[in-house]
Write a protein that binds this ligand. Structure first.
Ligand SMILES: Cc1ncc(COP(=O)(O)O)c(C=O)c1O
Length: 383
């Protein structure tokens, strides 16, 4: 018989090296618990959490340099819908995660295109959520190659722009750029991707699900201000240090959210743009609390710490003779023999491989120098 739930504990984060989620910030944990019994899917009933959600959208809009952000006071991301008193955000919402945000970005592009047989062009580095989007929305997914990760370090792992340009056509509804790839932490050249999209009048979506809370502290071009980007995915439940589930979808234009809205006759509000119905207010409240506690200095410090840690691990691994892949954001992908990767997993390290087989160490806030020293000790023992 299973032991009672009350006696069970979740995993410790000590040996979790490949997850893109982390321990929530203490303020985020507390806010999540406080707002457990709320549903932002019904904003007229659960008003406080609905207000918090609009604030989270403003927070994310600030990170992504949304044109509606007012420098002094935050983003004027509120509007009154036509047929109710209810104020909702015109520029995005808190999703269940990056998967929902990516599905909705593809859905909005499909709703807004004139194409008869729409396709979406994605780099091979794109997260598998785009495969789900293509399947549920019945759009063609055109995957274009990225440059080889063991090739020219300048381009390695980033989308091949020539291939992307060749793949777009009049039926392309959206082109996706990845800003912080899941496997290698690479950032695609977003302005050049947007140029290619504009030749065929396609929407531009940036998947910064993981990278979005680090990129503002780098000099990469990825935001609404850097290129004619239409939609962006940014997840508070990853580097934002919020509790799961808290993802984010942002749109440059209110029309994008409108294209997603359906009528909701039995609620007090009359339209809903989200994919899910009842949603977690815990994720929303925790995202707001984490942002309040950490923006901007805490997020900047977390990014700088992770960058230094990744550089240190990179050096340690190279000194042992292993090849480490180029990165833009702190994910250390290292080519380890398959048997060694298996032995490390056997020793309790939660380490997942890339499709090509490298081990990925994602330098999340819970990963520190002492954990990585213990990891290297095991690696030296087992190799
Ligand atoms: C770049 C990117 N996009 C989307 C996702 C999907 O996010 P979620 O697992 O929150 O649905 C991930 C998850 O790791 C990701 O790394």
């Amino acid at each position: 018989m299973q032991s009672p739930v009350a006696d069970r504990r979740p995993q410790s984060f000590d040996r979790v090296l490949s997850s893109m989620c982390t321990e929530p910030h203490p303020a985020a944990r507390e806010a999540a618990e406080r707002f457990l019994a709320t549903n932002p899917g019904d904003p007229a009933t659960y008003e406080t959490v609905a207000e918090l959600e609009r604030e989270v959208v403003a927070d994310l809009a600030r990170l992504a340099e949304h044109p509606a952000v007012d420098d002094a006071e935050g983003a004027p991301t509120e509007r009154v819908t036509d047929d109710t008193d209810t104020v909702e955000s015109a520029y995005g919402y808190v999703t269940s995660g990056g998967t929902e945000a990516n599905i909705q970005a593809v859905r909005a592009a499909r709703e807004q295109t004139d194409a008869n047989d729409p396709n979406v062009v994605v780099p091979a580095s794109a997260h598998f959520s785009f495969q789900k989007a293509a399947a549920v929305l019945d759009v063609e997914l055109r995957e274009v190659p990225t440059h080889p990760v063991d090739g020219n370090p300048e381009q390695a792992g980033r989308v091949d722009l020539d291939a992307l340009t060749a793949a777009v056509d009049e039926e392309t509804a959206a082109v996706v750029a990845v800003a912080g790839s899941t496997e290698y932490g690479r950032v695609d050249p977003v302005p050049a991707v947007a140029d290619a999209a504009q030749t065929v009048d396609a929407a531009v979506h940036v998947d910064a699900a993981w990278g979005g809370f680090a990129l503002p502290f780098t000099d990469h071009d990825w935001s609404f201000a850097d290129a004619p980007v239409d939609t962006i995915t940014i997840d508070p439940h990853k580097l934002g240090q919020a509790a799961v589930p808290a993802g984010g979808l942002l749109a440059r234009e209110p029309a994008t959210l409108d294209s997603l809205a359906v009528d909701t006759p039995y609620l007090e509000t009359h339209a809903q743009a989200t994919l899910t119905g009842t949603r977690s207010g815990a994720g929303v409240a925790s995202a707001r609390a984490a942002f309040d506690a950490l923006y901007p200095d805490g997020y900047r410090a977390a990014h700088e710490r992770a960058t230094e840690l990744a550089a240190w691990l990179d050096t340690e691994l190279r000194q042992r003779g292993y090849e480490v892949r180029p990165r833009d954001l702190p994910i250390v992908a290292v080519a380890l023999p398959e048997s060694l990767l298996a032995a490390l997993r056997e020793a309790g390290w939660k380490l997942s491989p890339t499709a090509a087989g490298e081990a990925r160490v994602v330098c999340m806030p819970h990963v520190d120098r002492s954990a990585l020293e213990a990891f290297l000790t095991d690696l030296d023992r087992l190799r």
